[in-house]
Design a protein around this ligand. Structure first.
Ligand SMILES: [Ca+2]
Length: 198
C-alpha cells in the first residue's frame, strides 16, 4: 500500500511537470494586468479540475488492482470476501482499514450479485456479515453510516429476523440462497467488504 501511494505521488508529480511544460505559449500582445490575472486563475482552475480527474482515475486503477482483481466488480462497487472469521465490528473495521466498508446490498440485483460472488469464492463458508445492524434501536436497521436501510432480504421461511435484542447484526446466508438472518454481533463470521469505485 505504501508503495502504491508513493507511485501515485510520483505519477501526480510527473503530470504536474508535464502540464507545466506543455502549457501553450501565450500571445505576446500586451493585456491588461487584471484580465491576465483572471485568465491565469481560469487556467489554474482548469488544471486543478484536470488533476482531480486524473487522481480519480488513478484511484480507480488502484482500487481495481488492489481489490477488484482479488474480488469482483459490479457496477460502481467491488466486493471482496474475507474468510477470516471476526466479530461484526472487527470485520467492519478491517474493511474500513482497506478503504471500504462491510458490503451493503441496496436492491435484489446487488444482493444476488453478492450471493453469486460469495458462492464462487467461498471455501465452504455459508454465512457472511453484511453492513446492516439494529444495535442502536431495536428493529431500526441502519447501514455502516447509520443511514436507515430500505432494502431487506430476510429469510421469511425461517421467520427472520428472530433474535430481538440478542441478535443485532445481519448475515447473508448462502444456505438460504442469499437471504438474511440476524445474528449475535459477537459471533465470529466471515464477511464481505465493498469498495465504491470513484
Ligand atoms: Ca436470527
Amino acid at each position: 500500500m505504501a508503495y502504491s501511494r508513493l507511485l501515485l505521488f510520483f505519477i501526480l508529480c510527473s503530470i504536474l511537470l508535464q502540464q507545466g511544460g506543455s502549457r501553450p505559449s501565450r500571445s505576446r500582445k500586451a493585456v491588461p494586468a487584471r484580465q491576465k490575472g483572471k485568465r491565469d486563475d481560469d487556467d489554474m482552475k482548469a488544471q486543478i479540475d484536470k488533476l482531480w480527474q486524473e487522481v480519480n482515475s488513478l484511484k480507480e486503477m488502484q482500487a481495481l488492482q488492489t481489490v477488484c482483481l482479488r474480488g469482483i466488480k459490479a457496477h460502481r462497487k467491488c466486493y471482496l470476501a474475507i474468510e477470516e472469521p471476526k466479530h461484526y465490528h472487527e470485520a467492519n473495521e478491517d474493511c474500513i482499514a482497506q478503504g471500504g466498508t462491510l458490503a451493503t446490498p441496496r436492491d435484489i440485483k446487488e444482493n444476488n450479485e453478492l450471493r453469486d460472488y460469495a458462492r464462487r469464492s467461498s471455501q465452504g463458508s455459508k454465512e457472511f456479515w453484511i453492513g446492516v445492524t439494529d444495535i442502536v434501536k431495536e428493529g431500526q436497521y441502519v447501514d455502516v453510516n447509520s443511514i436507515p436501510v430500505t432494502f431487506f432480504n430476510w429469510d421469511r421461511s425461517k421467520k427472520q429476523p428472530t433474535g430481538g435484542k440478542r441478535e443485532s447484526c445481519v448475515i447473508l446466508s448462502l444456505a438460504a440462497q442469499g437471504k438474511w438472518h440476524d445474528e449475535v454481533c459477537l459471533s465470529p463470521k466471515n464477511y464481505i467488504c465493498e469498495y465504491i469505485i470513484p
